[in-house]
Structures are given as structure tokens and as C-alpha cells.
Design a protein around this ligand. Structure first.
Ligand code: 6PG
Length: 249
């Protein structure tokens, strides 16, 4: 099995990080549309990406995206009422989607109005139907999967102690996460690792210690789920600011 290409990009501060992140996504966008006429990106949730979304919607970049050929998905979603401000979709709508002209059919919101397991099954079916394969004809391959990382090393909604319960053949699952006392809908490692490009966006000194453990500590994905991310034939990029990365060596 091919090892993923891993790169680490460290920006001096969070503002520069968001600029670097948008440029990274734009480069993947250009490459994907040139090669295949479409760009499928799964956005990450939580708070970190909101500044990046706002920059994507800003004058400097918004016109450089071909939104008619860009499809927005979510690598995970909180299973909350659709109008909850804490839904990852709603946070992305406030920071990006509400400010751009993108066909409704290109915005693939996790259907949280269905029962949780049906939500996951429907999202998985939509991905299989709409996201084409790369090297493995049986696997949908996102052009880009954006991920955040929590202070406990979780990513998407893959939390410590939960990986063992995720069926190996699934691409999207719903599971109840004790730690956040919430149902979550999440991409599985199988789907994440089928992507052409995966990018973690990690900012702030609060993530420094856990980032060191994930990047340089013992390999223990059940404890540190971010370590499970290893695109099979893809590229993994860590987009960091100096606060998260720690002092230059
Ligand atoms: C979520 C996210 C989650 C997030 C990390 C980091 O739904 O919460 O998908 O994986 O990326 O928890 O969150 P912050 O960016 O808010 O630190």
C-alpha cells in the first residue's frame, strides 16, 4: 500500500494560516476542475475553519472559485435540529455559503432531519452516487477533505475509544459520542483515507501538546483518532500556525 505524502505548513499566525488554507484549497480546486471538471470538498466543522470560510467569501478569493463546479460536503455534522446554530452547516452558511452564488444542488448538507442512522445512510448513498472514484473504482474519492483536530486528538467525529465500533465497510456512520453527549454523523477513516488530498487545519497554542502527541508520539489511533488519517494514495497536509506548531526547532 502506498504511503501518503505528508507535508507540514507552518504560518506565522492565525491570519496567515487562514490565507494559506484558502490558497491550498484554491490550488486543489484549480487542479481538480482542470483534470475532472468538478471539485468535491468536504468541509470541517468546529470553530477554527470559520475565519477561513470568511476569507474564501471575501473579495480577494470569492471570484477565483468556480462555484458552479464546486460541491460542498461536510466531513462530520452534529446531529442537532437543522436550525441549530451549532450545526457545522449553519456555521459554514453564516461564514461562507450565504455570501456566495453557488447552486443549491452543489451544497450537500447532512440531512439531520432524518433519524440518525438514516441520515448517515442517505449521506453515504449521495456520496457514492455523486463523488467519483480515483484509483480504486469502488471508492468515492474526495478531491479535498478538510479536518480539524480537537484537544483530545479527535478529528471529524472520530473520538477516542470509538474507532473500534465503526464498521470497516461504511463510509459514513452515525454514533452517539459520550464525550459530547451527542449523536454525531461522521466520515469514516475508510472514506477520509480514500481522498486525493486531506488537510488538517490546526490553530492556537491550546492544540500544541496534543499536536505533538499526534505527530510525534506513539501510534495509537484509538486514543488519538487523528493518527488514523493516512490517505491511501493521497496527500496529507497539516496546515498549522506557529502557536499550534510550537517554537521553530
Ligand atoms: C466538530 C468538528 C471537530 C472539530 C474539532 C476542532 O464538529 O466539532 O468537526 O472535529 O474539527 O473539534 O474544533 P475547533 O476548531 O472548534 O477547535
Amino acid at each position: 500500500m502506498a504511503e501518503p505524502t505528508v507535508s507540514i505548513s507552518i504560518s506565522p499566525d492565525s491570519i496567515a494560516l487562514m490565507q494559506a488554507a484558502v490558497r491550498h484549497i484554491l490550488a486543489l480546486h484549480d487542479e481538480s476542475i482542470a483534470a475532472r471538471g468538478v471539485f468535491h470538498i468536504a468541509l470541517s466543522g468546529g470553530n477554527t475553519p470559520n475565519a477561513m470560510f470568511r476569507r474564501m467569501a471575501g473579495r480577494g478569493y470569492v471570484v477565483r472559485f468556480n462555484w458552479s463546479r464546486t460541491h460542498l460536503w461536510w466531513s462530520d455534522e452534529r446531529y442537532l435540529p437543522p436550525d441549530s446554530p451549532d450545526c457545522n452547516y449553519n456555521m459554514a452558511y453564516e461564514a461562507l455559503i450565504g455570501s456566495i452564488t453557488i447552486p443549491d444542488a452543489n451544497v450537500h448538507r447532512v440531512p439531520v432531519s432524518l433519524p440518525a442512522d438514516q441520515t448517515a445512510a442517505q449521506y453515504e448513498a449521495d456520496i457514492i452516487r455523486l463523488v467519483g472514484p480515483a484509483n480504486n473504482p469502488a471508492m468515492p474519492a474526495f478531491d479535498c477533505v478538510m479536518l480539524g483536530m480537537g484537544g483530545d486528538g479527535h478529528t471529524a467525529s472520530l473520538f477516542p475509544g470509538t474507532l473500534a465500533h465503526i464498521p470497516a465497510d461504511r463510509l459514513v456512520v452515525a454514533h452517539y459520542v459520550e464525550k459530547v453527549a451527542m449523536q454525531r454523523i461522521t466520515f469514516t477513516p475508510r472514506l477520509i483515507n480514500a481522498a486525493r488530498h486531506v488537510a488538517f487545519l490546526v490553530s492556537g497554542s491550546g492544540k500544541r501538546n496534543i499536536l505533538q502527541r499526534v505527530l510525534h508520539g506513539p501510534h495509537d489511533p484509538d486514543t488519538l483518532p487523528s493518527q488514523i488519517v493516512a490517505p491511501v494514495n493521497g496527500e496529507l497536509t497539516w496546515l498549522l500556525d506557529r502557536d499550534a506548531a510550537g517554537p521553530a526547532a
